[in-house]
Design a protein around this ligand. Structure first.
Ligand code: G6P
Length: 372
């Protein structure tokens, strides 16, 4: 009913507008004066002490959140981390056991592929933690521990606010495990916790300053037939997410690539007028990666690409080579995904709307896929 949309034209518009709260609510009660404490994990330190690797399993958008989480988990826990699509993991006799921590991510907590992978992992003796947005769902019930995301109910089929909440929960988990294992100092954890706490206001700023511009721009691009997305480091999974959303919502062929891979193939796709979104790392926080991505931008621009950059406020190096610049506030290198994804969600939603499509119920898709 229209009332449930709270005056928004679609559930997705409402849910994108709730991205700041999704992060804030997932943090709520879990950071006290810079100290991270996840009450659900109290007394469960042994889950995180006897392990020597982590496997993150999920499907769809949740798997991209997992890919972002890998960077944080590895950096803060110093454990090797693999991210696997649940359906691929389950059917290839993976090498796991009692020293493996399997972290599943699912908005619904009912995705059959993810559930079967979690059950399989438990049968093999692995420890299991569920990151889930739905209280009492099946996947958390089948897991040793649960870290709920508190994004609130998500109605639109394609996931938006749950995605930022999933990344937030993964960062909290990574910092918690890092503290338990002694790989993150109290001072570093505090600094990172404060960064996390600053994210909701930064997302709000993007919605305030960029949303109507991006929607206008999506409108102009309504007859685009293919869009590419490039990102590097934590920006890489965001490129994949930007492409997935465009396929799901606007039925446009879209692909995301790791920017460093450009020269190994995708650059052959660049022809005059090809729109390419580039997620640019912070020049302040990651000068080296920033320089490499700017050089990628020059390469595609020289071949006629129409370049749309998502770049930090104040980053002037991108200006000479960009057709459009979408600005995000300054953030530490690990936190950029939580900001950079917002313009991409707005863009996909805007393009879908511009094409007159049903943004909440894309054809052929289901919110929760409860069959294998
Ligand atoms: C479906 C939805 C996606 C979602 C995926 C995983 O394909 O359309 O938006 O990312 O399932 O769902 P889950 O509930 O496990 O996060």
């Amino acid at each position: 009913a229209a009332a449930d949309k709270g005056g928004w034209p679609s559930f997705m518009a409402k849910e994108v507008s709730e991205e700041p709260e999704a992060v804030a609510n997932t943090l709520r009660g879990r950071i006290h004066d810079g100290v991270i404490r996840i009450p659900e994990l109290d007394g469960l330190d042994e889950l995180f002490l006897g392990i020597d690797r982590v496997i993150v399993i999920a499907c769809g958008t949740a798997a991209y959140a997992g890919m972002v989480g890998k960077y944080a988990l590895e950096q803060w826990t110093r454990l090797p981390v693999d991210v696997e699509l649940a359906h691929e993991f389950r059917y290839r006799d993976p090498v796991i056991g009692a020293s493996t921590l399997v972290v599943s991510i699912s908005q619904s907590g009912e995705t059959m592929d993810t559930l079967m992978a979690v059950k399989y992992a438990r049968e093999q003796g692995a420890k299991t933690v569920s990151i889930c947005n739905t209280q009492g769902a099946t996947i958390p019930r089948e897991s040793d521990a649960i870290v709920y995301t508190h994004a609130g109910p998500e109605v639109a089929v394609a996931s938006t606010k749950a995605f930022v909440a999933q990344i937030t929960a993964l960062y909290l988990l990574a910092l918690h495990v890092g503290r338990v294992r002694g790989t993150v100092s109290a001072a570093t954890a505090e600094e990172l916790a404060r960064e996390l706490e600053s994210v909701p206001a930064k997302i709000s700023r993007i919605l305030e300053t960029e949303q109507s511009r991006i929607e206008q721009f999506a409108h102009w691009m309504a007859d685009t037939r293919s869009v590419l997305f490039l990102g590097r480091h934590v920006g890489y999974p965001i490129a994949l997410e930007g492409a997935l959303k465009l396929k799901e919502l606007a039925y446009i062929h879209a692909e995301g690539f790791a920017a460093g891979e450009l020269k190994h193939g995708p650059i052959a796709l660049i022809e005059p007028g090809q729109p390419v979104f580039v997620i640019v790392p912070s020049p302040r926080e990651s000068a080296l990666l920033h320089a490499k991505v700017v050089s990628n931008i020059q390469e595609i621009r020289a071949r006629g690409a129409r370049v749309i950059v998502v770049a930090e406020e104040g980053d002037a190096a991108v200006l000479p080579f960009a057709d459009e610049v979408l600005r995000i506030p300054l953030a530490g290198p690990m936190f950029e995904p939580l900001l950079a994804v917002v313009p991409l969600h707005i863009f996909a939603m805007g393009l879908s709307t511009a094409k007159g499509l049903d943004v909440d119920q894309p054809r052929n898709l289901a919110k929760s896929v409860t069959v294998e």
